[in-house]
Design a protein around this ligand. Structure first.
Ligand SMILES: NC(=O)c1ccc[n+]([C@@H]2O[C@H](COP(=O)([O-])OP(=O)(O)OC[C@H]3O[C@@H](n4cnc5c(N)ncnc54)[C@H](OP(=O)(O)O)[C@@H]3O)[C@@H](O)[C@H]2O)c1
Length: 259
């Protein structure tokens, strides 16, 4: 089955293309660097020829309010129009758990616009809302850093590894369209401040994480459960501690340069 991964060179896209290939699927990584641009339409018709499934894991180069909205609206409209013309039978898109609770941010208004365009299109679809990736933890901390301190609210978070996101997307892309939104998340729940504190400590980063109920998550006021999925979310297996151990493991230079 030909599965085109738009954004196939990104964090999730590259893992997804690899996993689909390992499972014997014809996975095509489409991105501007491979001559496929979902904004200009360049290369889309050719890339989608004969495709059964399109998986959209693109991200906007700019998160400025107007720019990110324009990106997701234009990109999604193009993918749906070119997809319909090519006879694509399943449009899968990656979105974010809690999007409708995070609309103070232009990024999430753009993700909601993307979801609504998909729901209104004629192509059968599955929207997959994921929780925050473990790989995103330093960016969360960086956004809330002032001097040597990181102020974060003690809101609940149920993050997951990018690997588990890609595995879930692979299963969904090779199954029938659900024509609804599903949620995926990690196996454990933390407080947001604790999540960042554990990562910075593991990365030997000297910043101090302060728990502050008035602090914002990515500039957004969140409540206790804004970021966590409902009870029926599909859960990944990778635990944060194991991911941290892997992410901080020194490269085995001795193996590369034997004495
Ligand atoms: N971060 C999180 O915790 C989180 C949580 C839930 C959901 N998500 C969602 O997950 C999705 C993927 O995230 P990610 O971290 O994997 O993104 P990423 O690493 O930034 O990758 C983005 C991909 O989009 C491609 N792209 C950019 N502009 C494009 C265009 N005009 N046409 C075609 N492709 C284009 C990039 O191609 P180039 O390499 O050529 O630039 C790249 O392959 C996002 O939509 C995000 O909202 C993120």
């Amino acid at each position: 089955m030909k599965i085109v991964v738009i954004g196939g060179t990104g964090l999730i896209g590259s893992k997804l293309v690899k996993k689909l290939g390992e499972h014997g699927q014809e996975a095509v990584a489409a991105a501007p660097s491979s001559g496929v641009n979902s904004i200009t339409g360049e290369g889309l018709a050719d890339a989608l020829k004969g495709a059964a499934v399109v998986v959209d894991v693109t991200n906007s180069p700019s998160w400025e309010d107007a720019a990110v909205l324009k990106f997701f609206e234009t990109s999604t409209r193009n993918l749906l129009a070119y997809g319909a013309a090519a006879g694509v039978g399943h449009h899968v898109a990656l979105s974010v758990v809690g999007t409708e609770r995070l609309l103070e941010s232009g990024f999430f208004r753009a993700k909601l616009a993307q979801e609504n365009l998909i729901k209104a299109s004629s192509i059968p679809y599955t929207i997959v809302r994921a929780t925050q990736f473990f790989e995103f933890v330093t960016k969360i901390a960086d956004f809330s850093t002032k001097g040597n301190q990181v102020g974060l609210p003690p809101a609940l978070i149920q993050p997951m590894s990018a690997d588990d996101v890609a595995s879930a997307l692979g299963r969904i892309a090779t199954s029938s369209p659900l024509n609804r939104t599903i949620e995926i998340g990690g196996p454990e729940m933390f407080r947001l401040d604790e999540f960042a504190r554990r990562a910075l400590a593991a990365f030997r980063n000297p910043r101090e994480v302060i728990s502050d109920s008035h602090a914002r998550y990515y500039g957004i006021q969140v409540s206790e459960r804004s970021l966590v999925p409902d009870n029926d979310a599909q859960l990944g297996e990778t635990r944060f501690e194991d991911w941290l151990t892997q992410a901080t493991k020194p490269v085995a230079n001795a193996d590369l340069h034997p004495a």
